[in-house]
Ligand binder design. Structure first.
Ligand SMILES: [Zn+2]
Length: 277
């Protein structure tokens, strides 16, 4: 089954304006993904959209089946993934409405399964080997460049690079945690960018994160701290231009058969023990 070459993990606001969207359900050895896949076309490119939190936003960040999500995308042919997400800014200059395309990641999650190579037998009887992949550069360089160019093309000057720290959630950070994150030199804080990125790498998928700052994090602002209402308000105000940037990024990505980035040789020298879809 090959229905899409590019995957977008994000809310329904990204695909609800497309014509001819086909909904398909996909099962995986890891269970069901967050929702159906919604297949559509942008600039002649076939795209699979997956609502990260499920339609209606019922899955908390720590309750998302990340392994099923990435596996499902790969199983329909996806080789390049765009992961837009809402984040908090850790510097005063990264205020609401900032678009930052990170080049580094810090994982501060606590309870999430982060690997396909866990030694646990799959339903088909195969057993994944112990595999240690290089993850020094967690994001696809080609995808990052496409996203940055797309933003500039829409007169939305992006922040090129920076570190996304991913916390467990679902609560926001304390002021002390937030000040600590900022003191490390990290740029933005979110709850879903990991293990999405590493699981994509384990499946040899290109993964690009586009982070939209919806608030200043608790240690950076001086008021009451982050509220969910504030996050939703800023996200709503920016959804249409983020969608335009995403669609332009999709159009600018290389053909999946012509990928020449580090993501494609992630498995070099490793016997995985399992077949990838
Ligand atoms: Zn890549």
């Amino acid at each position: 089954m090959a229905d899409a070459e590019i995957g977008v993990i994000g809310g329904s606001g990204f695909y609800s304006f497309l014509d001819d969207v086909t909904e398909i359900t996909v099962d995986t050895p890891y269970g069901r993904p967050s929702d159906s896949l919604f297949l559509g076309e942008i600039a002649g490119r076939s795209v699979a959209f997956l609502p990260r939190h499920g339609r209606g936003h019922h899955l908390p960040p720590h309750g998302i089946n990340y392994r099923a999500n990435l596996w499902a995308l790969r199983s329909v042919g996806v080789r390049q993934v765009l992961g837009p997400c809402a984040v908090g800014g850790l510097r005063p200059e990264f205020g609401p409405g900032t678009l930052l395309v990170p080049d580094q990641l810090v994982d501060r999650t606590k309870s999430r399964v982060q690997s396909y190579f866990d030694g646990v037998p799959r339903p088909d009887g195969s057993v994944p080997n112990v595999v240690h992949l290089t993850f020094a550069d967690p994001y696809c360089p080609a995808g990052r460049q496409a996203a940055l160019a797309a933003a500039r093309g829409r007169d939305w000057e992006p922040v090129d690079g920076g570190t996304l720290v991913v916390i467990e959630g679902p609560r926001f950070s304390t002021r002390a945690e937030s000040r600590w994150h900022a003191a490390q030199g990290w740029s933005v804080v979110g709850m879903t960018g990991h293990p999405e990125a590493v699981l994509a790498r384990e499946l040899s998928l290109c993964y690009t994160s586009l982070t939209l700052v919806t608030d200043l994090d608790a240690g950076t602002e001086t008021g009451e701290g982050v509220s969910h209402e504030e996050v939703l308000k800023v996200f709503g105000e920016n959804i249409s231009r983020l969608r335009e940037v995403l669609f332009d990024t999709v159009a600018a990505l290389p053909a999946s058969t012509e990928r020449a980035c580090l993501c494609t040789d992630a498995h070099q020298g490793w016997d995985l023990g399992i077949d990838l879809p």
